[in-house]
Design a protein around this ligand. Structure first.
Ligand code: UD1
Length: 421
């Protein structure tokens, strides 16, 4: 099993290149199921989650030519619309094949993703939306079994804002008959990236980026090539790492306009930030003031950045409160941060963080993707050696993180330990 060994206390300095967005790449890869023509993506991040999805698509018969950061996919009519539990269970976003398979091929059998470490995360809204479009759906032995000769456009109201739910229904609607209106839709930049690619493929979509998306179904979509947007969560993670270590870095390929809430909070924490269309520069001006925050759907503060800010707050001036409103069990990093000396108390869905003057290195265990990022940041702040165990979570969503951090001056290395049973 791989671990990261970090010797903290070094302010990050230098330049880092931001990779393509995981959460944009996953739905975009699924969109290739919507056409028999070739879809080519560039700026594809080289990540475990992306590779899992590619494996799933290949298991269905999608032809793939994949190099590290680019891919060409072709889904001729010879596709087997089956997504097995074995592949879906490792990654929830696999459920994004459901909408495209059903709308193009008329049937799909996709495993239910099940629970996950950060909360229950049902897919009821994906299913309800497809049913509203006329799909017949049964749950059989853990599988969503869906049939629809032709999906029919309709008005769909989602009572919770769901990112992948919006994406699944948008992909289903592009080949449906008539007009679909998605209300209370997710406004996340990754939803907009997917819509932009679908439009390049010939889809008729309006309102993406707002909470009402209107999709007029078309008969066929064509192939296209598309460059995936930069990863705003990877960007945010490096920004926080720089701020928390009192550093100064330039993030190339980063897009500031998808990060307003995060940049505001960093400025409040005492960082000086400059940006243009292609890069963001951050410099910590002095003491880390810490920031209270509350997660909510875009454009508010992203839940995927909550854990990283908590690590920074652990050594800030004074007391801060972090409130999580999206997922019910997303404080698993708290007990690990405490092992490094952080003073954090959890009350319901809020964490109260009393800043301490320093963290001390220890062995900690990563529990989910963003919690892992928070522990890496804590390790970069802590004095002495921190070992972050179970970093396979980190490899799901961060491309070459130890190499990128090393290039910024961090003392970090990956080591593989023997597993004895
Ligand atoms: C996506 C992101 C994930 C991010 C999350 C919230 C991807 C691949 N993943 O996850 O990184 O943390 O958005 O920004 O893009 N819900 C329901 N019923 C449903 C669907 C969702 O009740 O059918 C609830 C969930 O339990 C959760 C909330 O809605 O409480 C938001 O979840 P959702 O936006 O769907 O998260 P994901 O799309 O899975």
């Amino acid at each position: 099993m791989d671990q990261l060994v970090i010797h903290g206390g070094v302010p990050l300095k230098g330049e880092v290149f931001i990779s393509g967005a995981k959460n944009a790449a996953l739905p975009l890869l699924c969109a290739s199921l919507l056409t028999s023509e070739v879809i080519a993506f560039t700026n594809l991040p080289d990540l475990k989650d992306v590779n899992t999805l590619i494996q799933l698509l290949m298991s269905m018969g999608v032809q793939v030519e994949h190099q590290k950061n680019s891919i060409r996919l072709s889904s001729t009519s010879d596709i087997n619309s089956f997504a097995s539990y074995e592949l879906v269970k490792t990654m929830r976003a696999s459920v994004l094949v459901l909408g495209p398979l059903l709308t193009r091929f008329g049937s799909a059998k996709v495993s239910l993703p099940g629970g996950c470490a950060i909360g229950e995360r049902p897919v009821d809204l994906h299913i309800k939306g497809l049913q509203a479009m006329g799909a017949h759906i049964d749950i059989e032995q853990g599988y969503i079994v869906a049939h629809a000769k032709k999906l029919i456009g309709t008005r769909i109201f989602m009572d919770t804002v769901t990112v992948t739910g919006t994406e699944n229904l948008m992909m289903a609607a592009v080949l449906a008959e008539g007009t679909t209106v998605l209300e209370n839709a997710a406004r996340e930049p990754e939803v907009v990236d997917l819509a932009s690619c679908l439009i390049k493929m010939g889809a008729k979509i309006k309102g993406h980026g707002s909470d009402v998306i209107t999709i007029e179904g078309v008969k066929n979509l064509t192939g296209t090539d598309y460059s995936i947007m930069p990863d705003r969560i990877e960007t945010g993670t490096f920004l926080v790492a720089a701020a928390a270590t009192g550093g100064e870095i330039l993030l190339r390929g980063a897009r500031a306009r998808s990060l307003d809430a995060v940049l505001d909070k960093l400025a409040e924490a005492n960082a000086f930030i400059e940006h243009n269309d292609e890069s963001i520069k951050i410099r910590m001006k002095g003491t880390n003031h810490g920031v209270s925050l509350r997660t909510a759907p875009y454009p508010a503060f992203p839940t995927d950045m909550q854990a990283q800010f908590m690590a920074m707050n652990a050594v800030a001036d004074g007391t801060t409160v972090v409130t999580e409103t999206i997922f019910e069990n997303r404080f698993m990093h708290v007990q690990e941060l405490r092992r490094l000396g952080a003073n954090i108390e959890v009350e319901g869905n809020s964490a109260i963080i009393r800043g301490v003057s320093k963290l001390d290195g220890a062995t900690v265990m990563a529990t989910d993707l963003r919690a892992s990022a928070s522990l890496v940041i804590a390790g970069l702040i802590a004095q002495g050696e921190t070992v972050v165990d179970r970093i396979y979570h980190l490899d799901r969503g961060y491309e070459r993180i130890e190499e990128k951090l090393s290039n910024l001056g961090a003392n970090i290395k990956r080591q593989t330990t023997e597993v004895h049973s």
